[in-house]
Design a protein around this ligand. Structure first.
Ligand SMILES: Cc1cc2nc3c(=O)[nH]c(=O)nc-3n(C[C@H](O)[C@H](O)[C@H](O)COP(=O)(O)O)c2cc1C
Length: 320
């Protein structure tokens, strides 16, 4: 068995929360985890920031006690810096997996040669994966890829990932050129699954039980990873696991409030402005949502903010 797959069993398909910078912080992951996500991943952390000990990055590393196993995703393009970042992660307890970001399409990241840029230089990508694997004292090493940069060369990429010692990989079924809009190529994910022997997790546009089942059957993947489908709906993992789309409105209300309280606990009053975007997504489909959004956009104080959203989600049970 490659690596230590005991901490993460692939005997039956697993459900993974995708890393989403700006969303999948500790407060969000901790509410998602309650609904049965098998694996949660930190937001992408810059290996550079880790290596020079950025306090903000260390705060982003923290995990909720219920996040077992916990994966930390790093981005970078320089072998020495990656090695230093992993050595620093080695001093931190509670991390089970180090994941390498080889998919981020954002110009700032690509410009530094990181994220999806690594797909253009497979020997370097392989060297970075080997460096993580050889340096890390964590149980597992994983890699998150796209199908290519401009063109699809997913089989070459996946084989390089496997040959470099990664224990499993996650595949966002688009190229970098396809950003977040092109049709997801599930056939390509299936081809990857057939080409490598390490577990493969399928990702891209999976937002329901039916879609997850279809993707698992179509690709033969060992799990599915859900990103945007969880924004505004951390309970999606309950739906994915139970096959039932029903979520009680009072449970939704309780989860939204718990999410808010955890934001304030984790970020202090700064959590108020950060929570606005979550109010926007949570209130989609509710009558009076636009009034609520206008209200919360001008409130900066946590108690007042809490009172307004509590009232709204407690009482606005009527869906448009
Ligand atoms: C706002 C946002 C932030 C993201 N941040 C990351 C990130 O930090 N690391 C990463 O590997 N992918 C990141 N992604 C990509 C997602 O993990 C995922 O691969 C992609 O959104 C497709 O899956 P989905 O359709 O389930 O959202 C991000 C995507 C979005 C929309």
């Amino acid at each position: 068995m490659p690596g230590n797959l005991k901490i993460l069993s692939f005997e039956k398909p697993i459900f993974v929360l995708a890393p989403l910078a700006g969303y999948t912080d500790l407060p969000f992951r901790s509410v998602v985890k309650k609904f049965g996500a098998d694996l949660t991943v930190s937001e992408m952390l810059s290996s550079n920031a880790l290596s020079y000990g950025s306090a903000k990055t260390f705060h982003m590393l923290k995990k909720s006690p219920i996040e077992n196993p916990y994966s930390v995703q790093i981005a970078g393009a320089e072998v020495d810096v990656i090695k230093k970042a992993v050595e620093i992660l080695n001093t931190q307890e509670g991390i089970d997996i180090i994941d390498l970001n080889c998919g981020c399409p954002v110009p700032k990241i690509v410009g530094h040669g990181s994220g999806s840029s690594l797909l253009l230089n497979l020997p370097l990508m392989g060297e970075i994966i080997r460096t993580i694997k050889d340096t890390s004292n964590k149980s597992l090493t994983s890699v998150k890829i796209r199908l290519g940069f401009e063109k699809k060369n997913h089989i070459d990429i996946a084989k390089m990932v496997e040959d470099s010692g990664a224990d499993f990989l996650a595949v966002h079924g688009r190229t970098r050129a396809g950003r977040f809009k092109a049709a997801v190529d599930y056939d390509a994910i299936k081809e990857i699954k057939e080409a490598v022997s390490i577990p493969v997790i399928a990702n891209g546009d999976i937002d329901s039980y039916e879609k997850a089942q279809w993707v698992l059957e179509h690709t033969g993947a060992d799990g599915v990873m859900i990103g945007r489908g969880a924004i505004g709906a951390p309970w999606i993992f309950h739906q994915l696991k139970s096959g039932s789309a029903d979520i009680d409105m009072s449970l939704k209300h309780a989860i939204i409030m718990e999410h808010f309280d955890k934001m304030i606990e984790f970020y202090g009053e700064r959590g108020v402005t950060m929570f606005r975007k979550h109010v926007h997504t949570y209130s989609k489909g509710y009558r009076g949502a636009s009034i609520l959004r206008n209200d919360v956009n001008r409130i900066n104080e946590s108690l007042e903010f809490r009172g307004v959203i509590d009232e709204f989600f407690k009482n606005s049970e009527i869906l448009i």
